[in-house]
Design a protein around this ligand. Structure first.
Ligand SMILES: CC(C)(COP(=O)(O)OP(=O)(O)OC[C@H]1O[C@@H](n2cnc3c(N)ncnc32)[C@H](O)[C@@H]1OP(=O)(O)O)[C@@H](O)C(=O)NCCC(=O)NCCS
Length: 143
């Protein structure tokens, strides 16, 4: 059975653990400081009480930036990413958020297809944004 849970700052190590086993985007310190930002909400999706996906949403007035979105490797391509994104969108609509934003590496072709499926449009690019010199593609979606 699928459930959702807001992760609080004391549980940041749970996020680090999932991240280490998926995309290794942030260090423990980065996760800890993410929780300290005003307007940040971290939500986990669980199956049988085990976390299989996480998103981090940073809301500023009526816009929200998706700072992190990932599904555990062995649960991918089974519709869980879409399930989590639909939940995120529903939560944003309830909060009257008008626009979703995100950044994704130009080399992440799976994420490209995934976000296109949800009608995110490319609106810009940050040159040499990532450590490996690749660009970040900026995407947004109006709700
Ligand atoms: C992107 C991600 C969240 C998708 O999660 P998922 O659970 O696999 O997604 P779904 O099963 O709901 O797939 C939805 C759609 O995404 C696309 N997609 C997902 N995985 C794909 C793959 N390996 N190849 C091509 N398209 C893919 C397909 O269009 C798919 O629809 P379909 O199954 O009807 O063809 C997951 O791959 C992931 O966690 N990636 C690592 C983290 C990441 O890159 N996050 C985004 C940038 S921060």
């Amino acid at each position: 059975m699928i459930s959702f849970k807001e992760i609080n700052h004391k549980e940041f190590e749970l996020c680090f653990e999932l991240d280490s086993n998926t995309i290794s985007l942030w260090t423990k310190n980065q996760w800890e400081s993410e929780f300290k930002k005003k307007g940040v909400k971290v939500v986990a999706m669980l199956i049988k009480k085990k976390i299989i996906g996480i998103y981090v949403l940073h809301t500023i007035i009526d816009e929200a930036q998706i700072n992190y979105f990932s599904i555990k490797k062995r649960f991918r391509r089974k519709g869980y990413g879409s399930y989590l994104m639909n939940y995120l969108i529903k939560q944003c609509e309830k909060l009257n958020i008008k626009k979703l934003l995100l950044e994704v590496s130009e080399t992440n072709s799976i994420a490209e297809v995934f976000y296109s499926k949800f009608n995110f449009l490319t609106v810009g690019r940050r040159k040499n944004y990532y450590k490996d010199g690749t660009d970040a593609v900026l995407k947004e979606k109006y709700l």
